[in-house]
Design a protein around this ligand. Structure first.
Ligand SMILES: Cc1cc2nc3c(=O)[nH]c(=O)nc-3n(C[C@H](O)[C@H](O)[C@H](O)COP(=O)(O)OP(=O)(O)OC[C@H]3O[C@@H](n4cnc5c(N)ncnc54)[C@H](O)[C@@H]3O)c2cc1C
Length: 533
């Protein structure tokens, strides 16, 4: 009997490799087609490797690798519509400070781009509290930095913190030299600070500072271009080379503005960017109010990331525990709970205290959201103490609007505010006994400066709202933007709330102004040293 020969595996090698290579070339052509002709300075050679299973048989799997070099060109505009030496994104404390300092360091061609119809961002609605190193109060650089570090849950970049401490007094004096008034009697010790180091502007608002900075900007002839929204940052290479300029949306049209010396990002935080904040911390959905202006969104941060900047600590988002409960607005009465904790107490609707009032903001907000749970809570103080932490004007306006509630007795106050009267009376009695003993047996508040005993009594309703985004663009002490490898991106600077690392996990109240002025000035000075292209 004859038997048929055993079957050999069939050779089925197909034209597979040619197909893979063709796909790679197609990719490269597509990328190049999207780019424009001018002024392409750098092209990049990218090595793409494709490993493909060529054949499977009963006995073997054969793989083969194809390597092909293709040229990928970055997108660049066909022409620049405008050129300036220094271009600044954002007209808040950081952007305005950078502009003035760049000009005063010799660069006369500076422009500020602002997407909103008015300037000032969060800075102009800010509460006007500025933390400044105060050795006369027992302060020191180490104590200042330690307070930041403890509040920041040890996430802060300590070099940036030290710079803030060391340069804070100079930043304060710089503002005073422009006519900003910080009445000494309004200096307070705020939550999370170990000493009294927080000044307040005369009218308890950041507008007092913005107005004076804008005066200086105008005096120097620096234009603030309103309704100019930056939509893209343009760099020589895909993630390499110098930063060249920006794409800007103006009345629905795109224009291209070249920054011949440097670009400074001072576009603020992203508390109003619900999609971005939810991506970082899903709890913070639409149900949370925000204290911020509507333009506090993160598109510039994402544009910076797209050209290679490193974003850090983006999930470190601060809630202001004392915003107006229904709207989230941080109006002037809402500043009182923040400036008063060495005197006042916070209570829930049952009249019970729930926290050490001098604790940092995240502690207080978390207790409200996760422990108290019922909105609102209240700050309680008396008639003898308010001149220590606010002004007659703020009290008058708050009382007239009904934002501050007044009662001739604690019971009357409680009834008007919707607090349990017996609970409030009992809590105040107990708290006053702690003040006498000098020991807070319930929450360990380290400083209790007065009993709550002089009528009339006051209550301010409060609830957490999204307030400050501590994360953002990574910078060094020269305000240079760092890439993912820790190297400065040539001709790119950033300052203010757009940056991350200064405040770590929680910003201490009143250190944002200091941060914006110190690093805004640094960015302006350093940008002015860049060579002109
Ligand atoms: C109600 C409130 C009260 C506060 N009170 C205090 C306080 O008392 N003390 C303190 O230290 N801190 C306080 N803060 C925090 C502090 O005000 C901010 O951190 C600070 O103002 C940020 O300044 P900035 O210059 O970085 O950004 P901003 O002042 O927000 O300015 C950024 C600007 O960039 C613009 N911009 C954004 N994207 C673009 C784009 N794509 N193109 C062009 N422009 C763009 C924005 O419209 C905005 O005008 C407060 C914050 C709020 C909201």
């Amino acid at each position: 009997m004859s038997s048929s020969p055993p079957e050999k595996p069939r050779s089925t090698r197909r034209e597979f490799l040619a197909g893979v290579a063709g796909a790679i070339v197609g990719l490269a052509v597509g990328a190049a087609a999207g780019s424009q002709a001018f002024p392409r300075k750098i092209t990049e050679t990218v090595t793409r490797t494709a490993t493909q299973t060529v054949e499977r048989t009963a006995t073997a799997t054969v793989t083969q690798t194809v390597t092909q070099k293709v040229e990928v060109k970055p997108w660049l505009p066909e022409k620049w519509d405008e050129e300036h030496e220094i271009v600044i994104i954002g007209s808040g404390f950081a952007g305005l400070s950078a502009a003035i300092e760049a000009y005063d360091n010799g660069v006369k061609d500076v422009v500020i781009l602002e997407k909103m119809p008015s300037y000032g961002g969060n800075s102009i609605i800010n509460g006007g509290q500025m933390g400044v190193l105060s050795p006369e109060e027992g302060d020191s650089v180490d104590l200042f930095v330690r307070d930041m570090y403890v509040a920041g849950r040890y996430l802060n970049d300590l070099e940036l913190c030290r710079k803030l401490a060391i340069e804070s007094r100079d930043a304060f004096n710089w503002l005073v030299s422009f006519g900003v008034e910080f009445p000494p009697e309004l200096k307070i010790q705020a939550g999370g600070h170990s000493v009294r180091r927080t000044y307040q502007t005369k009218n308890v608002t950041g507008r007092d500072i913005v107005v004076k900075l804008v005066e200086q900007v105008n005096k120097r002839g620096i234009p603030i271009r309103l309704e100019h929204k930056v939509t893209r940052i343009i760099r020589e290479g895909l993630r390499e080379g110098k930063v060249l300029g920006v794409e800007v949306e103006v009345k629905g049209k795109k224009i291209y503005i070249r920054a011949r010396r440097a670009l400074i990002i001072a576009s603020g935080g992203f508390s109003r960017d619900i999609a971005l904040r939810k991506a970082q911390w899903p709890l913070l959905d639409e149900s949370f109010n925000s204290t911020n202006h509507p333009g506090a969104t993160g598109e510039v941060l994402l544009a910076a990331e797209a050209i290679g900047a490193m974003l850090i600590q983006m999930d470190q988002i601060q809630l202001y525990p004392f915003a107006e409960p229904n709207t989230g607005v941080l109006d002037r009465p809402a500043v009182i709970p923040f400036t008063s904790p060495a005197y006042a107490i916070y209570v829930d609707k049952k009249g019970r205290r729930f926290v050490n009032e001098l604790a940092p903001r995240d502690v207080c907000a978390n207790v409200q959201i996760f422990v108290v749970k019922e909105k609102p809570t209240f700050t309680i103080f008396d008639d003898a103490m308010w001149p220590k932490f606010t002004t007659a004007d703020v009290m008058k306006e708050g009382l007239e609007r009904g934002r501050i509630i007044k009662g001739n007795t604690l019971e009357e106050l409680a009834m008007k505010a919707g607090i349990d009267p017996a609970g409030l009376v009992e809590t105040v009695k107990r708290y006053n006994s702690f003040v006498e003993k000098g020991v807070d047996e319930d929450f360990g508040k380290p400083k209790m400066l007065a009993k709550i005993e002089t009528p009339p009594f006051y209550a301010i309703p409060q609830w957490p709202a999204v307030h400050h985004t501590m994360g953002g663009i990574r910078i060094n002490t020269r305000a240079q933007v760092l890439d993912v490898n820790g190297n400065p991106i040539p001709k790119l600077y950033a300052a203010g709330e757009a940056t991350g690392g200064v405040h770590g996990g929680t910003r201490l109240g009143s250190f944002a102004i200091t941060d914006c002025i110190v690093f805004g000035r640094t960015a302006g000075r350093e940008a002015a040293k860049e060579p002109l292209d």
